[in-house]
Each structure stands twice: as structure tokens, then as C-alpha cells.
Design a protein around this ligand. Structure first.
Ligand SMILES: [Zn+2]
Ligand SMILES: [Zn+2]
Length: 99
């Protein structure tokens, strides 16, 4: 047996451990990334459906000023395009929705 072979054998074990560490780290990062992705997707469900009394059902809404999506903050609704206070209108019939 050549001593070099023994050495490379030991190195292989080290690389194996390193590989496991890298895989574990990668999986942790991947899981965090997926959680973040899901969280951001969940957070983006701000533009929830509103009940339109004219259409008689829950519909998507938009801002009256720019016909853009509504960003719903804690106590007020703002237009996602011009960032001003938005009047919420039904996307189908364009009538103002008050809720
Ligand atoms: Zn409507
Ligand atoms: Zn606007």
C-alpha cells in the first residue's frame, strides 16, 4: 500500500463530513428561503376580496385614482401606485365600496 492512498482515504472521510455539513447548511438555508417565500406570498394577500353590494358578491377591488391595487394598512387603504389615500372601487362595476 502506498502511504498516499491512506492519506487520501482520510481526506475522503473529511470531505464526507464537509459534504454533510454543506448539505445540512444548504437544507437549512433552503427551508428558510421557502418559509420566507411562503411568508411573502401570504403577506401579499393584502388585496383581499371585498363585498360589492352592486355585484352582490365578493370581488377584487382597485383604487379609483389609478385603477391600481389597494394596499391595506392597519386603518387606511392606500393606492399602490400613487401611495395616496385610495377610494376603493369594485373592479367589475367601478362603484365605490364602503366596508
Ligand atoms: Zn361591483
Ligand atoms: Zn393612485
Amino acid at each position: 500500500m502506498i502511504p498516499m492512498f491512506q492519506l487520501s482515504g482520510e481526506e475522503e472521510i473529511d470531505y464526507g463530513m464537509l459534504c454533510i455539513y454543506i448539505i445540512v447548511m444548504f437544507v437549512i438555508v433552503l427551508v428558510l428561503y421557502i418559509l420566507l417565500y411562503l411568508y411573502s406570498r401570504f403577506g401579499k394577500k393584502e388585496s383581499r376580496k371585498h363585498y360589492c353590494t352592486y355585484c352582490g358578491k365578493f370581488t377584487s377591488v382597485e383604487s379609483k385614482c389609478c385603477h391600481a391595487d389597494i394596499e391595506e394598512l392597519l386603518f387606511k387603504k392606500v393606492c399602490s401606485r400613487c401611495k395616496k389615500d385610495a377610494v376603493v372601487v369594485c373592479k367589475r362595476c367601478k362603484k365605490i365600496i364602503v366596508d
